[in-house]
Design a protein. Structure first.
Length: 559
């Protein structure tokens, strides 16, 4: 049977040549048993090309199984999952299923897995951002803190979050995210609710450090966990909804804070103390429930409290084989296998401006003269705008099939608004200031696009595990810097800080364009070399190469 390995921007796929189709219909495995295997299905069945805003029309009862390296007996053995992989017993290269079955399974995964992931991330953001709502209730004055003290607290939070990223991922890879993530949530919930008893600058800084350290690693842990269930084309849109929980948390927090903060004076305590206590208790409850809501893998949903499991044997076969056909590297390591020092070192050798207004929105609104209730309610529009722009830009990234395009559009959104903010004076109307800052803080959050981008370009479980942490560490380092751009001696207009944001935004446009050129150049070089080889030479390379993951000559980076 002959195959031609075709490059795609996302990963390795296989196109079966015409003369191999008949052979594939009567594939004979090593044990000699004859299997009638239908031809793999086409991606979409539709009468004509549809406009980009309409969904393609699928023939629901057609075969949905996509062509892959598992269709050829030779490459099948190269990419066959190892016996230690937890889902190996459901791997079947001859498995075929319809679009109707696949859509039903994906919907079930969305309900069982994705919704609870959304709730868990909601609780994380509730606990790490409610200090913004506390600011509207004289939080700084009650603890005798300055803006610079607040900056230091945010910096220490980000630093500890960053430090914990990689260790948390290594622990999670060893014990499994289904055990480690709920444990994290319970630990940080105790820190969060303990802020009820804050006394001074020292206790504020200490809880910021502990909260950051306990929450570090949660995000890459969850991204890796979700990759067990979704294909690389499905993951970016799920991550968009995953990060949408940030905005939902901030909207809910702003609305509930306007009610909870009215408890100020009850029991002789400030309203912000009750805010930390109640929201911390909510996270504790979610963390405990999470122990029962995170199965280790698609084929491990049966347990003593769920004897029938979530999925049938047929559904498990579909889940396992569709994910592997999309990305054969996902069987590289089992879900309880830790990373060695050598593996981590190899990953480090692999290819691998708008936050200040967002962080200080409530503080700025208070300085402009708005009341506590007004400030909390006025912070809601930016979150609603941000929620919609997040989803729109993530969907747009998939529609135009461009990660760089979505990230550059973010800079184009922010740059003119930052320049406008820089021109404001003390005579500028507070409502004009509010409108511009709301539009800035409602920026299209393309973080999910970049996380999925890094995951796709990693192309191995070990690389994906560490690279997710490294990416998020860089993201937290950005937060440390941004927490110090608006300084006490620069308020209330923060001219110096806004000037720095304009420079960063302009530099980002250049960096993304260079990134696009870098990946495109590598792909073009690999195309030239790969296409110059005969089919026999290509197969010989796959059989003998020591290249791994995205270093393989038939891997193509996405951009």
């Amino acid at each position: 049977m002959s195959t031609v390995l075709a490059k795609t921007e996302d990963a390795i796929q296989v196109t079966v040549s015409d003369e191999s189709k008949a052979a594939k219909e009567a594939y004979v495995p090593e044990d000699g048993a004859h299997l009638d295997i239908p031809i793999s299905g086409s991606t979409v069945a539709q009468e004509k090309r549809l406009p980009f805003w309409r969904k393609p029309r699928y023939a629901l009862d057609n075969i949905a199984t996509q062509p892959s390296v598992f269709d050829d007996p030779v490459t099948l053995e190269v990419y066959r999952p190892p016996a230690a992989w937890e889902n190996t017993h459901r791997f079947d290269p001859s498995a075929r299923w319809t679009w109707r079955e696949e859509f039903r399974v994906v919907r079930k995964i969305d309900v069982r897995i994705m919704i609870w992931a959304f709730i868990m991330f909601f609780s994380l953001d509730l606990d790490r951002s409610n200090v913004s709502q506390a600011n509207t209730d004289n939080f700084l004055d009650d603890l005798e803190l300055t803006t610079d003290d607040f900056n230091l607290g945010n910096t220490l939070f980000k630093l500890c979050f960053l430090i914990a990223e990689l260790p948390s991922q290594l622990v999670s890879k060893r014990v499994g995210p289904d055990v480690w993530v709920p444990s994290q949530m319970v630990l940080w919930s105790f820190v969060s609710l303990s802020q009820f008893w804050l006394k001074n600058r020292v206790s504020f800084l200490a809880t910021r450090c502990l909260l950051g350290f306990m929450q570090g690693g949660f995000i890459p842990d969850m991204v890796l966990y979700l990759s067990y269930f979704y294909t690389k084309s499905e993951l970016p849109l799920r991550l968009a909804w995953f990060w949408a929980s940030n905005y939902v948390a901030e909207i809910v927090s702003a609305l509930t804070a306007s009610a909870i903060l009215r408890l100020r004076g009850v029991g002789g305590q400030a309203g912000w103390r009750y805010l930390f206590l109640l929201e911390g208790c909510l996270t504790l409850l979610i963390g405990i429930i999470s122990f029962f809501m995170m199965p280790p893998s698609p084929t491990q949903t049966k347990t003593w409290f769920r004897p029938k499991g979530w999925f049938t044997e047929r559904e498990e076969v579909i889940m396992v084989n569709r994910v592997l056909r999309d990305d054969p590297s996902k069987s590289d390591m089992h879900n309880r296998e830790g990373l060695t020092v050598k593996m981590v070192f190899k990953v480090f050798l692999d290819w691998l401006p708008v936050q200040p207004p967002q962080t200080y929105l409530t503080l700025i609104l208070r300085q402009l003269g708005f009341s506590t209730t007004q400030t909390n309610l006025l912070s809601v529009p930016s979150k609603v705008i941000g929620l919609f722009t997040l989803l729109i830009f993530c969907y747009l990234s998939e529609i135009i099939d461009s990660r760089v395009g979505a990230t550059v559009l973010l800079q184009v959104w922010a740059l003119p608004l930052l320049i406008t903010l820089y021109t404001f004076t003390e005579q500028t109307s507070p409502w004009v200031y509010f409108v511009v800052v709301t539009l800035i803080t409602g920026f299209p959050y393309v973080h999910p696009v970049q996380v999925a981008w890094a995951s796709t370009n990693s192309y191995s479980v070990s690389t994906r595990t560490v690279s997710a942490s490294i990416y998020n560490m860089c993201y937290q380092a950005d937060g440390m810097i941004s927490a110090n751009i608006y300084r006490e001696d620069d308020k209330p207009l923060y001219k110096r800080g806004n000037r720095a944001l304009i420079i960063i935004c302009a530099a980002n446009i250049v960096i993304y364009i260079l990134t696009y050129a870098f990946y495109k150049g590598i792909n073009r070089r690999r195309d030239r070399i790969w296409n110059s080889w005969t089919a026999k030479e290509q197969q010989e390379y796959l059989d003998t190469t020591k290249d791994e993951g995205n270093s393989k000559m038939n891997f193509r980076f996405v951009y």
